[in-house]
Design a protein around this ligand. Structure first.
Ligand SMILES: [Zn+2]
Length: 319
């Protein structure tokens, strides 16, 4: 039995699974503020998941954790995380290992989503595919010849920092004009804030003054046909399309799977992305690509974390 955990800026999702991928128990909680509180929340979650199916913690062979941020998988550390600032070279895996006596493996959150999609999700139908996680930032994952490719240190597919405008604004990464400055949930909100003065009749005015504007609100207003909301959604989808066209030229994938919070707007985003890909990607590469939203956004990433833990644990046992 394996425990899979996916830690995002807003929620922590955890589940227990057997080696066939059958989910034995699942629970979702809010992400607390500090690193120490997150450690405690993981331990509580584990207790909860185990007792709800009356199993003993001893039966858990390994724990896999997907963390939003850059991770060092050999040291079991989170190096930095845009959503959880108290994680700085934080020994997350060691802390949990010490308290549970169970082996812990950590990975980037998009990598675990990709692993889940490959194992039990809609990516399992394809041998070569890309995952694009659309949230506050933009992350990516790639499956090549039915294997997850993670690069030298586990930091491949940082597609949010692909430059798409050399003269663009400075990004938090130090570069300029990165994709996530144009096509993420934050970019969507920024577009509305910067342009709302030009749209006197926009229904989004009521959300600007005293309530925080979110990507979800903008998407809801786009569905209700607000002109500015539609314009903003179209703008970010076109930029995303450019990023996807570049990726399609590089990887020649069978499918592009959208994950992350903003993927809930896939009905709006995908048709525009397809049009831009048609304009910009190469002939002979772009035609047969399928575009899908991730299946079961809440369970697939922790399942992937459990699968990564299972594979590494079995590999270490053998070697
Ligand atoms: Zn950047």
């Amino acid at each position: 039995m394996f425990l899979g955990i996916d830690i995002g800026g807003t929620n922590i999702k955890g589940l227990l699974t057997d080696k066939s991928g059958k989910i034995l128990s699942f629970k979702e909680i809010e992400t607390p503020g500090s690193a120490k509180e997150i450690d405690d929340a993981i331990l509580n979650l584990m207790e909860n998941l185990a007792t709800s199916v009356s199993v003993s913690k001893i039966d858990i062979e390994a724990i896999g954790i997907g963390a939003a941020g850059t991770v060092d998988r050999t040291k079991g550390q989170v190096i930095t995380s845009p959503n959880i600032p108290s994680w700085k070279n934080y020994p997350l895996a060691k802390n949990i290992e010490k308290k549970t006596g169970i082996k812990v493996f950590i990975e980037n959150d998009v990598t675990v989503a990709c692993a889940g999609g490959w194992w039990q999700g809609n990516g399992s139908k394809f041998k070569n595919w890309i995952m694009i996680a659309l949230g506050t930032g933009i992350g990516g994952g790639v499956i090549i010849d039915n294997k997850i490719y993670t690069g030298q240190t586990g930091s491949s597919m940082e597609i949010g920092h692909m430059t798409i405008d050399i003269n663009g604004p400075r990004c938090s990464c130090g570069s300029r004009g990165c994709l996530e400055q144009y096509a993420s949930a934050s970019a969507l909100v920024k577009y509305v804030e910067e342009n709302i003065a030009k749209y006197k009749n926009s229904s989004l005015h009521e959300h600007i003054a005293d309530k925080p504007l979110t990507a979800k609100i903008i998407h809801d207003h786009a569905i209700d046909k607000d002109e500015l909301a539609i314009e903003a959604m179209t703008q970010i989808s076109r930029y995303l399309g450019l990023g996807v066209a570049n990726l399609i030229n590089i990887f020649n994938p069978e499918a592009v799977i959208l994950g992350g919070g903003l993927s809930l707007a896939h009905k709006f985003i995908i048709p525009i992305v397809k049009d831009v890909v048609k304009e910009h990607a190469l002939k002979g590469v772009k035609e047969k690509v399928k575009y899908l939203p991730i299946k079961d956004q809440s369970k697939i990433p922790p399942l992937g974390a459990a699968r990564i833990a299972m594979d590494r644990y079995n590999f270490e046992k053998k070697s």
